[in-house]
Design a protein around this ligand. Structure first.
Ligand code: SAM
Length: 195
């Protein structure tokens, strides 16, 4: 298994306008991360999970979980993925995952709740520009899950929590990249190592 957890610092927690994904707390970034995490050319990757932590108004926190092996009717374009996320935030979230579409779940979870949960099945790595080169670690990884920020990055309070759970801080480049670019590079690095 491999996983990604993206922190949406301002991502809306109520239904939003699909014609203005950037205006929904940069929901466009989350949609592109989902697309890069899950989609191949004409197919969906196997054994990938994506977690989105939505911290924007009016009802934070909400978490969305997408399981590639269960997905139906999702396509790689931002608007389609945005439609799934929009539906997910329209439900009243409780602490347990509720399936809102095949392979798409929503719950009310804090970052700590999520990390406690995923740490049962994943080794957690924090992606940051100044981290250790991922190529030095990638061959040793078993069931890695990568945590990354959006356009704002990861705020100090959230970073402190991530560092409590993480097995390492890793970099994919000396440059500050967009979140979705990092997701694509991580998939590439894991693919070439057959993880
Ligand atoms: N201004 C933000 C900052 O300084 O954190 C930029 C955040 S960047 C657009 C989004 C996320 O991608 C970051 O929070 C980090 O998790 C990840 N990221 C960006 N460049 C990276 C790199 N070279 N290596 C690893 N992760 C990176």
């Amino acid at each position: 298994m491999r996983g990604f957890l993206i922190v949406g610092n301002e991502a809306f927690t109520e239904p939003f306008n699909l014609s203005d994904l950037p205006g929904a707390g940069r929901m466009d970034i989350l949609c592109r991360c989902v697309s890069q995490a899950l989609f191949l050319s004409h197919s969906i990757r196997k054994r990938v999970e994506v977690y989105l932590l939505l911290l924007g108004e009016p009802d934070p926190p909400k978490a969305i979980r997408i399981i590639s092996d269960e997905l139906r009717r999702m396509s790689p374009d931002e608007r389609n993925i945005g439609g799934h996320l929009r539906k997910a935030v329209s439900f009243k979230a409780s602490k347990d995952w509720m399936e809102v579409n095949s392979g798409v779940y929503v719950a009310r979870k804090t970052l700590r709740d999520l990390l406690v949960e995923v740490s049962e099945s994943y080794e957690i790595y924090y992606l940051r520009e100044d981290g250790k080169d991922i190529r030095e670690e990638v061959t040793k990884m078993k069931n890695p899950l990568f945590v990354l920020g959006d356009h704002i990055g990861v705020r100090r309070a959230e970073e402190d929590v991530i560092l409590e759970f993480s097995s390492g801080v890793l970099s994919v480049s000396g440059l500050s990249l967009m979140a979705e670019q990092c997701v694509a590079i991580v998939n590439y690095e894991l693919d070439r190592t057959n993880i």
